[in-house]
Ligand binder design. Structure first.
Ligand SMILES: Cc1cc2nc3c(=O)[nH]c(=O)nc-3n(C[C@H](O)[C@H](O)[C@H](O)COP(=O)(O)OP(=O)(O)OC[C@H]3O[C@@H](n4cnc5c(N)ncnc54)[C@H](O)[C@@H]3O)c2cc1C
Length: 669
């Protein structure tokens, strides 16, 4: 049999299976890869011609014509045929001739395969790509969150959170998040006719996200309808939302955090509190009292100092009393003032007795615009849907909040609430990141197996899941302490754990996000994927509202000012003793350090990390399944810890990796 015939002629001579086997044997004997390839192609065509003709809606003759170089091929037909041939080449020819691929055969196959692929230029079949993660219920799939909500006293909110979980997993929510971040806010400093405008234009998707948060009480629900577990229920929703979008959470947090301070000023509160507590979001640039709902912002950070707010240079001059209370005129600037379209801000400014806190609205009581000039918007790494501005105050009017000269304690109280949200935000972003990674690993095949079945990837995923569950548990325990702060022990825990958890959870976030991104390979690095947005958003929680070192110094301050905090902390950790040797050793070390009178600033990170890890270990030992607690304690406190150097995926294979993954992704899809 001639092997170098034109492929189309050869197909005519291959009538029976015996012809084909003989033909292929001869080709294999010849050994030339192009000859083998041609033979395979011929056999594919001969075996499949009738079917191909049917598929392409052609008679056998017109098929030959379409394929023949001498014919007048209609391009679409050729593509269809070549595609069908390519599939048959793999699916039928090699297998049905009884020849299993071996080295020379593969050599032959390669050129034909690439020829086939190269001819399919207009489109191609997409396979082994992960479908986008849409339509899942973010709450139902998150066992650690559900258990924490029940444990911390908000089990009553379960049905409400299930509804929110579904909404937050929807296509619509993701689309809003994408649009709000792809179309960042624009400053309109001046009107078309040259007058100062000082407004910011947002994409409608941002407003939709803000309205969602306000409607469901994330900015004020626990204040508007206080009940046991209200802050925990809100904390759960905050985390679920953080999985989707971060920018809208900033003004939401600031509004939530300003309420306790605002409540202290009855005159201001009478006008403003109903607007702040309203579930309505009103984006119109109007005086607050005329709107259906209001949001609040905060202004402390100046060019010369953000952590060191005592260095503020903005000053306030007394301007008498009016219906909102004691008023001053403020002159100065703020280097970071997020959400400048908020209806009012709590601002720090110098007064004769020292730094004081002021309520500074965008409009004055007479309806005129307060003189707050927006200089420019920051061009930020992440958090892009949220406008962060630089502003100047030109004799802007402010109303005193709290005692004159006691502005820093007033703002620190607000800071406690915003720091809680940093922890919640990072825990939510971590969960968002591992959800995408786990979903991907259940769909993507490599080297013949799903990623989630590859032992090394299982180790990475299980470790990421452990870190996330520990973060979620600590975040919810902290929210529980906020809820129960009227109890002295809980108030002490809240005081200590707020900076400790903010330091540790927010510090772990970026490392975890980078590893979760890598689970997706190249797709993780591409903007269309949500992972890139998470990676850019997550570091901000560690920076704003007190950066890492400042949190550690605050932990030391809490221990120094309230030594009884140590017994409050130990009463939470010690019930977990006796269940894991490595954890017990850690607690012994922690206790020695906590009880020592001297806490050097230089070792602030070690101690803070030790407190946060001790709490996480205790929470998991007391409440999580044994496999979770065992793997966490062994890898964070035991001999395994020395192998990690801050990376993930160093668990001992003897841990129940599969079980840890299943717990983190019970839907298994
Ligand atoms: C996106 C974004 C939005 C923001 N929005 C607002 C806003 O709306 N309102 C507002 O008031 N601010 C806002 N900020 C500012 C933010 O709160 C500050 O940037 C932050 O508090 C740190 O202050 P700083 O930038 O002046 O840094 P610095 O205070 O100069 O700190 C720099 C570094 O030094 C460390 N450090 C500080 N003191 C010590 C010390 N004693 N010992 C050891 N290390 C120390 C810090 O931990 C930090 O790592 C925003 C920031 C960002 C990024």
């Amino acid at each position: 049999m001639a092997l170098k015939t034109k492929v189309w002629d050869a197909a005519d001579h291959l009538e029976t299976d015996a012809d084909m086997v003989a033909y292929l044997d001869a080709a294999l004997e010849n050994g030339d890869s192009t000859v083998i390839a041609a033979a395979l192609g011929d056999i594919a065509r001969a075996k499949g011609m009738t079917q191909i003709a049917q598929d392409a809606g052609l008679g056998r003759e017109s098929l030959y014509k379409a394929l023949s170089p001498a014919g007048n091929p209609e391009f679409g037909t050729v593509l269809k045929v070549v595609h069908a041939l390519g599939l048959r080449l793999h699916a039928e020819t090699v297998l049905s001739t009884g020849v299993r691929p071996h080295f020379p055969l593969k050599l032959g196959l390669t050129p034909v395969f690439y020829l086939t692929m190269s001819l399919r230029t207009t489109t191609h079949e997409v396979f082994n790509q992960t479908p986008e993660l849409r339509g899942h219920n973010r709450y139902v799939g998150n066992l650690a969150l559900q258990e924490g909500v029940a444990r911390e006293g908000a089990g009553w909110a379960d049905a409400w959170l299930i509804e929110r979980g579904l909404e937050l997993g929807s296509e619509q929510m993701q689309e809003w998040a994408t649009q709000a971040n792809r179309n960042p806010p624009q400053l309109q400093a001046f009107s078309a006719t040259g007058e100062r405008s000082d407004t910011v234009l947002y994409h409608p998707a941002y407003h939709a996200l803000m309205a969602y948060l306000k409607r469901h009480g994330v900015s004020s629900g626990p204040w508007a309808d206080p009940k046991p577990g209200a802050h925990v229920a809100r904390a759960a929703l905050f985390q679920l939302f953080a999985e989707v979008e971060g920018g809208a959470l900033c003004p939401t947090t600031m509004t939530y955090a300003c309420v306790p301070a605002l409540k202290r000023e009855p005159k201001l509160a009478a006008t403003w509190l109903p607007k702040v507590l309203s579930p309505e979001y009103d984006s119109r640039f109007l005086p607050g009292p005329q709107k259906t709902g209001a949001t609040l912002g905060m202004g402390m950070t100046e060019k010369q100092g953000g952590s060191d707010v005592r260095s503020n240079t903005t000053f306030a001059e007394p301007a008498g009393q009016d219906e909102w209370g004691e008023t001053c005129r403020l002159t100065g600037h703020k280097w970071f003032l997020s959400a400048p379209m908020s209806d009012a801000f709590l601002v720090l400014a110098q007064t004769a007795p020292g730094p004081s806190c002021f309520f500074v609205p965008r409009f004055l009581p007479d309806g005129s615009v307060n003189d707050i000039r927006i200089q420019r918007l920051k061009d930020k790494l992440g958090d892009r849907s949220n406008a962060s501005s630089e502003v100047e105050f030109w004799n802007a009017r402010g109303w005193l909040v709290g005692e004159a000269g006691r502005g820093i304690p007033t703002l620190l109280e607000m800071g406690t609430w915003t720091r809680l949200d940093c922890v919640l935000g990072s825990a939510g972003l971590m969960r968002g990141a591992i959800s995408i990674a786990l979903h991907h690993a259940h769909h993507r095949s490599v080297f013949g197996k799903l990623l989630v079945q590859q032992p090394l990837m299982m180790n990475v995923l299980a470790d990421l899941a452990l870190e996330t569950e520990a973060a979620q548990s600590l975040a919810l325990r902290l929210a529980g302490a906020f809820d129960r702060r009227s109890d002295e022990r809980e108030a002490l825990l809240m005081r200590l754990l707020t900076p400790a958890a903010k330091y540790w959870v927010c510090k772990r976030g970026p490392t975890l996000a980078a590893e979760a991104m890598e689970v997706l390979g190249g797709n993780g690095y591409v903007e269309e994927n949500q992972m890139a947005g998470i990676y850019r958003q997550i570091p901000v929680n560690s920076i704003w509202e007190g950066s890492g070192n400042v949190m550690c110094l605050d932990v030391l301050r809490a221990l120094r000012k309230h030594p009884e905090t140590v017994s409050a902390l130990l009463s939470e950790i010690e019930p977990a003793l006796g269940r894991h040797e490595a954890f017990d050793r850690h607690v012994s070390w922690l206790k020695d350090n906590l009880l020592s009178q001297e806490h050097s600033e230089a070792s602030g990170r070690r101690l803070t990390q030790g407190i946060a890890l001790g709490m996480q270990g205790a929470l998991l030992l007391r409440h999580a399944p044994d496999d979770v607690a065992e793997a966490f304690c062994a890898s964070r406190f035991g001999s395994e810890a020395i192998h990690s150097h801050g990376t993930f995926g160093n668990l001992l294979p003897s841990h129940n990796l599969e079980g840890l993954i299943e717990r983190a992704w019970p839907l298994g899809d």
